[in-house]
Design a protein around this ligand. Sequence first.
Ligand SMILES: Nc1nc2c(ncn2[C@@H]2O[C@H](COP(=O)(O)OP(=O)(O)OP(=O)(O)O)[C@@H](O)[C@H]2O)c(=O)[nH]1
Ligand SMILES: [Mg+2]
Length: 425
Amino acid sequence: MFIDKARIFVKSGKGGNGAVSFRKEKYVPAGGPAGGDGGNGGNVVFEVDEGLRTLMDFRYKTKYVAENGEDGKKKRMHGKSVEDLVLKVPPGTLIRDEETNLVIADLRKHGDRAIVAKGGFGGRGNTHFTTAIRQAPSFAEAGKEGQERWIVLELKMIADVGLVGFPNVGKSTFLSVVTKAKPKIANYHFTTIKPNLGVVKTKFGDSFVLADIPGLIEGAHEGIGLGHAFLRHVERTKVLIHIVDVSGIEGRDPIEDFNKINEELKLYNDKLTTRSQIVVANKMDIPEARENYEAFKEEIEKRGYKVFSMSAATREGIDEVINYAGTIVKETEDIELVSEEEMLKEEDIKPKKEEIEINNEDGVFVIEGKSLQRLLYSVNFEDMESVQYFQKIMEKKGVFQRLKDMGAQDGDTVRLYDLEFEYYE
Ligand SMILES: Nc1nc2c(ncn2[C@@H]2O[C@H](COP(=O)(O)OP(=O)(O)OP(=O)(O)O)[C@@H](O)[C@H]2O)c(=O)[nH]1
Ligand SMILES: [Mg+2]
């Protein structure tokens, strides 16, 4: 099965917590602080592997979570930072952030990499919190959370030239005679159900990659037929070879065919109309084709296109087509798929607002919030400095202000998970 789009969830690892620990020395009631730092959480990384051709793996497994960093330990021992979670994708994979629909990366070449979720930093151990007056800090920093997001992977193949046209016009036949590819060829519509690639060598010694995609029909841009799902593969191509069955053997008019395909390309993505398009009248071995050709050529050339005639079946005329296509490929600049505005920048990733909930439950102010829960871990309530640290953070997060706004009075009970304390302004 050929899978060229996938939606997956990624989550990087949380940083390990810093440790609270003291050196144990005989006859010294509290040795110096010795809590190690937590290790960093793992990143989630994508990397191109040129051996891959589809995004199939991501259809079956949709959740990818990197490991958490290890907590810091005693004796100044740091927790281990863990390995990144590296996911392999085929060349030409575009990665989008689902929420903003912005592009995180366009990975084209073997080895290209992008981090899609950064691992959280490890928390600092209590050794970092000593000051002249605070010799034995009994708190440490909790590890930072990792990032999580839904992302959309889209495979847009790396080909220089794309074949477009109605079904059964001879696209795959053409690919099979100009490259070593062996696509399926048969006399019915939609023989090709997935894109095929092949390398073409021209007589000038150049080579280019040719992509054959399923045939397009009217309404393809709205998902009729198979074409729409595959049009994304020609978005990257510099040149389109538009194959028309000029014999009219299926009862359609070649000029109308030409118009319809261009209409579909335009409706799918306006930019496709600016690609160089080489028009090739195929099946010239059939007598009707010879009859229709001159009128077809005249009309299409009037519109400014270069028109070739060939028979993919007898190979007549194919060299002219590929030599010309090779020249145009060389003259055309690479297509930049993604504009600057479409790229995800750091500032687009709004840090998730820390959600702290405060509810008045029968006169008790009940506070809930993930980071405060984490904070509780770091604090030793037997220790004055540690409590001060706790208060400072609560202040910074606006908790006291909110309690005040909610009408908290001196002496009211405030509950934060297992902790209860009295409110004083
Ligand atoms: N007479 C003649 N028949 C051809 C020529 N090129 C292709 N055909 C025939 O046309 C039919 C369709 O060819 P394909 O190459 O499978 O066509 P396609 O455009 O890839 O079709 P889809 O994959 O269905 O979109 C086959 O029976 C081919 O043998 C040609 O130059 N002359
Ligand atoms: Mg085909």
